[in-house]
Design a protein around this ligand. Sequence first.
Ligand code: CP
Ligand code: NVA
Length: 309
Amino acid sequence: MSDKKIRHYLQFNDFSLEDYEYVLERARILKRKFKNYETYHPLHDRTLAMIFEKHSTRTRLSFEAGMFQLGGHAVYLSTRDTQLGRGEPIEDAAQVMSRMVDIIMIRTFGQDILRRFAENSRVPVINGLTNEYHPCQVLADIFTFYEHRGPIAGKTVTWVGDANNMLYTWIEAAKILGFKLRISTPPGYPLDQALVAPESAPAFEVLDDPHEACRGADLVTTDVWTSMGFEAENEVRKAAFADWCIDAEMMGRANPDALFMHCLPAHRGEEVTADVIDGPQSVVWDEAENRLHVQKALMEFLLLGKLNH
Ligand code: CP
Ligand code: NVA
């Protein structure tokens, strides 16, 4: 196998606009095949290894079910019961695993761990969430927006909450897909400029007031106040983020047909009120379902390239 053709998906920036146009259209086709109970096994005999160093419900299930639906097989590996948990170097694990399987998804801590793994892998590597980025989720969210409202280019997306892996991925997406991003994070929780490429700066605006940030939005989105790996900060964060809870009043500042998104799991009464997340503007269940369809399109694209059927 030649290393030259390998493409990884480590962050949203790894794909071009043209790649996204293809993958999103492919997700639409694969979703339709699935809904029509059409058997489609392009990844027959292929194996996906899924490495989890953090918890997961959606990512694990959508990758495992997705690989099965495409005719392949998925293997779940956790830090707890592999040699990774006993200090095997990530580079060695990449060398070994990538000789046995065709594609690998990893959920881990630092993006540097993912990069080191990919540098030593003979097969495509997918980011299933790191401290810095969560590209599969934002891909699903953009597909969900497209299904409900059409192309996202030129629209306004508002992020209210923590400067976390979801936000840094939305920032990359705004630049590539051509939408405006309005961001409001609480005092003491600013953007980490090291994670924001200078060329992304024109794509987003930072506002102190979360209500003002929601004005004129076509999509309002948020995430947990405390991400995995930061649990020790939970109580301090709850106090600092109290006014960054998306409620009906904030949604009222957005456009009347604005959507609400949350990658889940959610905490009703913290980052979002129950009436918003369970209300008519919320598309959170579609977002979750669409992880399945976009990731099937992603795996198919990374393994088989562009298809026309
Ligand atoms: N949204 C998301 O990635 O969910 P899980 O943590 O359950 O995989
Ligand atoms: N920002 C969250 C997303 C969980 C899917 C976390 O990293 O824990």
